[in-house]
Design a protein around this ligand. Sequence first.
Ligand code: SF4
Ligand code: SF4
Length: 307
Amino acid sequence: MISAAEKLLKDIENRGWKGQIVPVNHLTDLREAILGAHAQGLFSEEFYREELTQFSFENPEALPGAKSIIVIAFPVPLHRTIFHWQGKRWPLRIPPTYVNYTATTEVVRTTLAVLLERDGYGVAKTKLPLKTLAVRSGLAEWGRNNICFVPGMGSFLQLVASFSDLPCLEDPWREPQLMERCDSCVACMRKCPTGAITRERVLLHAERCLTFHNERDVEIAFPPWIDSAWHNALVGCMNCQSICPENKAVKTWIEEIGEFSAEETALLMERTPFSQLPAEMLAKLRTLGINELQALPRNLAAILNRG
Ligand code: SF4
Ligand code: SF4
């Protein structure tokens, strides 16, 4: 007879998603993965503080009997949105995961809750390092660029994890795995404009990655060593994903979303407070999953002002 865990994974797969279930005791391994790398000095203090201290490795209060962690990969496209500025049309990329991140997480969690409820199990939210979890669970593999790849999806995916009291009959936990293809490939290293990917270590030099800098608060200017010609996306960076052969089948999956007139673009460049933007423009921004100005004006200016 098929177990509840097997049935769940089948249902996830039937939706075009992929999933994996690991025992909850691996929370300690996840903590060790982050804290261990920090103790070895593999992250800058700035990056560690801003990006890696928000996790929680405790059993969830909302589900005291949690037995497992379920991690799901949901396929998502690359988006492109148009800005008009100084007589030119600027199609700007938004890498997978940014658009509709919260809504996608909600869809996956709600679906999971419904699927588990029919067998009498519950779910609770997690705050975990999702890429590390996906790789250690066997759902994904690391690329040399520290992006997570899932067979059939490449890196065009969003990860969502939940605690559950569903028992985990097998333990797929494993050591971190680099894709076999990376053994004979350095395409991402060559394409990375900042030198964040190196041969000497698997872990990215995150403090040199454009994504770290362009996701930061809008008040933090880009450091002077970043050449404005390197910016290639409204937020994040697509260079090492676009070049990766593992993304050959998905890299043309691009959805156009939103177009901003010259007047609207000017309002963003002027850092007009979100609450003062016209309603129509707010609606377009919200379609992009943008609910506050965040890093948008600085990132936009870095690209549009280079002419
Ligand atoms: S570009 Fe090559 S080295 Fe980089 S992640 Fe992809 S396969 Fe690995
Ligand atoms: S996202 Fe961009 S800056 Fe970061 S490692 Fe990849 S190519 Fe380099």
